[in-house]
Write a protein that binds this ligand. Structure first.
Ligand code: IMP
Ligand code: MG
Length: 330
């Protein structure tokens, strides 16, 4: 068994969807598995020139690769079935979409409860209450929902009994800064967003080949806490980078790259590849800054900032760094 893991190193919205799409095209994966989160996620994917935003369904669907929503996720049946229909209407083959029998369900009650949140600034998709009930042992699993019967899969049988040497891509949601344990609690989501979380979906640690860490050249965050820096340039970055939530449409707060966070999330996730997206946005502005702790560094040009990052990102397993400009490809 071989597994590659995609993990977000900041606060979500770093372009995991783009990296997943690229890797699916390049490698012969037998399965793509979403490993955490619910429809609070919004993955923007350009497939054959058309823009798609998926919330639940892994990227393998665009390539006819069996695509599984794993037991580390929570799934809203209404939203899920809607997404399947939308993909079908767009001409995508939806016959290879599956939900693990033991994946927990976001119920209408969870959504009503989440809609009352004002403290965290949640996406109001019922994510927190669904995980709360899962861990409180009061949850509902996918196997109990008749509407999902056609999509159910036993992930143990699929990966360990019926497949010879599966090659799996794990697609994560949210990001390290939102992780329930490592993020800025309580301004976090209710799932684990690290590479370790992927392994909770029924795959042994020995299977892991690459961990693809995904970041942006600046920082964004959506939620209740104050995050945006004072520089008026952030307004321009928001417009140029189209930094509005893919799920809720909320403007994302912007700040300079938090290198401390990047260093820490790179180490904890054991990344072997690092993709830093949206380099082109700072190129258009020609402003190059980052925070290392409380110290703000300013660079004369993109090359200088790139070299500084390459020299200072001391993560033991890291083999390659990609600075990415286009919305579509690495
Ligand atoms: P929840 O996951 O909906 O409970 O929201 C908790 C926090 O995580 C809020 O600050 C959300 O804005 C943030 N969040 C949840 N999902 C995403 C995502 O996919 N991208 C960015 N932020 C997210
Ligand atoms: Mg997103």
């Amino acid at each position: 068994m071989i597994a590659d893991i995609i993990v977000d190193l900041q606060y979500g919205d770093c372009g995991k969807g783009k990296v997943a799409h690229h890797l699916c095209k390049k490698n012969n994966y037998t399965h793509v598995i979403r490993y955490n989160g619910g429809c609070n996620a919004g993955h923007t994917i350009y497939h054959e020139g058309v823009k798609f935003v998926t919330h639940h369904i892994p990227c393998g669907v665009f390539f006819g690769i069996p695509s599984i929503i794993g037991p580390g996720c929570v799934v809203d049946p209404t939203q899920f079935l809607k997404e399947v229909e939308e993909l079908k209407l767009a001409g995508i083959d939806t016959s290879q979409i599956f939900i693990s029998t033991n994946t927990h369900i976001i119920t209408d009650f969870h959504k009503i409860q989440d809609s009352k949140d004002t403290e965290i600034g949640t996406t109001k998709k019922g994510n927190g209450p669904a995980y709360r009930d899962k861990y409180g042992r009061k949850g509902v699993r996918a196997v109990q929902v008749p509407e999902l019967a056609d999509f159910l899969i036993d992930i143990y049988d699929e990966l360990h009994v019926n497949s010879d040497n599966p090659v799996i891509l794990f697609e994560g949601a949210q990001g390290f800064g939102l992780d329930i344990d490592w993020g800025d609690y309580p301004y976090v989501t209710s799932s684990h967003c690290t590479a370790g979380s992927a392994l909770l979906n029924g795959v042994p640690p020995q299977a892991v080949r690459d961990v693809w860490g995904v970041a942006k050249i600046y920082e964004t965050y959506v939620g209740a806490k104050d995050f945006e820096g004072k520089d008026p340039v952030f307004e321009e970055i928001r417009e140029l980078g189209q930094e509005y939530g893919a799920t809720t449409g909320r403007p994302r707060q912007i700040n300079w790259l938090d290198f401390d966070l990047l260093r820490m999330s790179s180490k904890i996730n054991g990344i072997t590849k690092l993709v830093i997206n949206k380099f082109d946005i700072l190129e258009k502005m020609n402003v190059w800054k980052l925070f290392d702790g409380i110290q703000l560094f300013e660079f004369d040009c993109g090359d200088d900032m790139q070299h500084w990052i390459e020299e200072n990102i001391t993560s033991s397993y890291l083999e390659e760094i990609f600075f990415s400009r286009s919305p579509e490809y690495i």
